[in-house]
Every structure is written in C-alpha cells, then in structure tokens.
Design a protein around this ligand. Structure first.
Ligand code: NAD
Length: 249
C-alpha cells in the first residue's frame, strides 16, 4: 500500500478509539500524521500531537497551523472528534443540544475551514468525516446524537459538491457500534457491564461489535488515492446493520 507514502494527514480526536486507530494505521502505511485532540498526552511518536478543542475556533486555527508547519503541508483531514448523547427529545435541554452540535457538527466546520487553504495546495486532497449509522437508522434513545450525525452526513455531501472541482474529495464513514473507550465507558456505567456487553453483541447482525481498526481501514481507503474517484459517499462499517436492513431493538 504505497498509496499512503508521503501523504500528510491530520486526525481530530486522534488520541483515542477510532481516531487513534486511524492515525496509527495511516502512519504504519507510510503517511506522516498529526493528531489534534483535547487531550493528546497519550499520543506517541511517530504521531505528532497537538492540543486543541474543536469548539474553539482560535484553538483549532492555532493547532492546525502548527500541525501543517510540522507536517510540511496537508493532504488529508480526518474529521473524527465527537461526543455522544443519550435520550429522547425530552431528555436533553437546550444547553446539551448546543454542546453536542458544537462538537460534532461545528467542530468539523471549524477544522475544515482552517484546512481548506492547505488542501487546495495538495494533489491528493481528501476529507473523511466520521459520521454514524445513527444518521439514517432511526435509533431509539439517540435523538440529539442522531440529529448531529444527520447534519454530518448532509455536510459531507454539500462539501463534496462545493469542492469537487477543486480536486478535494469529501466522504464519510458510518460506523455501527464500535468497541472503543467511548463504548467501554457506556458499558461500565451499566449495573452489569459484562451482561450489557453480551446483550449489545447479540443485537449486532454479525454477533460482535465493529473494531476501531476496521473503521480505520475504511477511513484510510477513503483518504488515499486508492479511492481517487470516490466523493460524496457514506461507507457503512457496521457489521451489516444497514445493508441487511437490520436494526438494534
Ligand atoms: P472516543 O471517546 O474513544 O474518542 C474521541 C476522541 O475525541 C477523544 O480522544 C477525545 O478527547 C476527542 N474529543 C472529544 N471532544 C473533543 C473536542 N471538543 N476537541 C478535540 N477533541 C475532542 O470515541 P470514539 O468511539 O473513537 O468516537 C470517535 C468518533 O466516532 C465520534 O465522532 C463518534 O461519534 C463516532 N462514532 C463512534 C461509534 C462508536 O460506537 N464508538 C459509532 C459511530 C460513530
């Protein structure tokens, strides 16, 4: 896979879970990779680490500029930082709604705005947004989170249209339930984490959770020239949940 050799990539939320797996995969395949995260203290070489909060425009601009200087340019932006929320529309107040939309949607807008001038200089420019099956599945108890990921899907398509003639491809991945520290935190909060994990696995069409490495593989494909004619798409990485028309109960 020499298609990654020399690519300069930035991964938001790259200190944990899907972002971490993506940063490590891209680096292992020969890309130069910078991570932008609220807490990048666990990030080791060869990954370059930059602290930033995607809800703070000044922080994003400063970190992105420093990362591009370190990398010597930018070919790939992985917009992955995100947070979750549970409940129906009655369970989250306005403050919680604005908070999740600020991180999950506007966070991507801020990093993309700061990255576009650099991506225009690249011959292999690509943006990959981490969306979710929640964007289209109609998941129960996920009103706010689903709305935020619905916005990410629409944003992906609009950005793909806006920048296709500039040679900047924009795609997203739609993961199902992925075994990351995020999901581990949710399970740990249950009265019986082991039983909750078993129930969660049983609800998956494939009988197991998606791995962060599998989502990273899809993101890496969409980020590389291997997918050079693919833009404006959402790639499901969900163990068959969407393709098989199965849904969690
Ligand atoms: P995670 O909690 O393991 O990692 C998220 C990372 O984002 C963390 O390192 C965190 O510090 C960083 N982050 C959070 N808020 C930030 C902010 N304001 N500024 C900068 N960095 C910030 O989560 P994960 O499971 O790897 O999720 C990553 C992405 O994948 C999210 O966008 C999430 O919505 C999406 N996703 C996850 C799943 C799943 O089941 N885990 C499923 C579908 C989609």
């Amino acid at each position: 896979m020499s298609d990654f050799e020399g690519l300069k990539a930035l991964v938001t939320g790259g200190a944990s879970g899907i972002g971490r797996a993506t940063a490590e995969l891209l680096a292992a395949r020969g890309a130069e990779v910078a991570v932008l995260d609220l807490d990048p203290s666990s990030v080791d070489k060869p990954l370059l680490a930059h602290r930033a909060d995607v809800t703070d425009d000044a922080s994003v601009r400063a970190a992105l500029s420093a990362a591009v200087t370190d990398l010597g340019g930018l070919d790939v932006l992985i917009n992955n930082a995100g947070i979750g929320a549970q409940g129906t529309v009655e369970d989250n107040d306005d403050e919680q709604w604005w908070r999740v939309l600020d991180v999950n949607v506007l966070g991507m807008v801020r990093t993309t705005r700061a990255a576009l001038p650099h991506l225009r200089e690249s011959a292999h420019a690509a943006i990959v947004n981490t969306c979710s099956i929640a964007a289209t599945a109609g998941l129960p108890q996920r009103a706010l989170y689903s709305a935020s990921k619905g916005a990410v899907l629409s944003l992906t398509l609009a950005m793909a249209a806006d920048h296709v003639r500039e040679g900047i491809r924009v795609n997203c991945v739609n993961p199902g339930t992925v075994d990351t520290p995020w999901v581990a935190r949710l399970l740990d909060a249950a009265p019986d984490p082991a039983a909750e994990r078993a129930a969660l696995q049983a609800r998956q069409p494939a009988g197991r959770l998606v791995t962060a490495a599998e989502v990273a593989g899809a993101i890496a494909y969409l980020a590389s020239p291997l997918s050079g004619s693919t833009t404006g798409t959402a790639l499901a990485v969900d163990g068959g949940m969407q393709g098989l028309r199965l849904r969690p109960v």
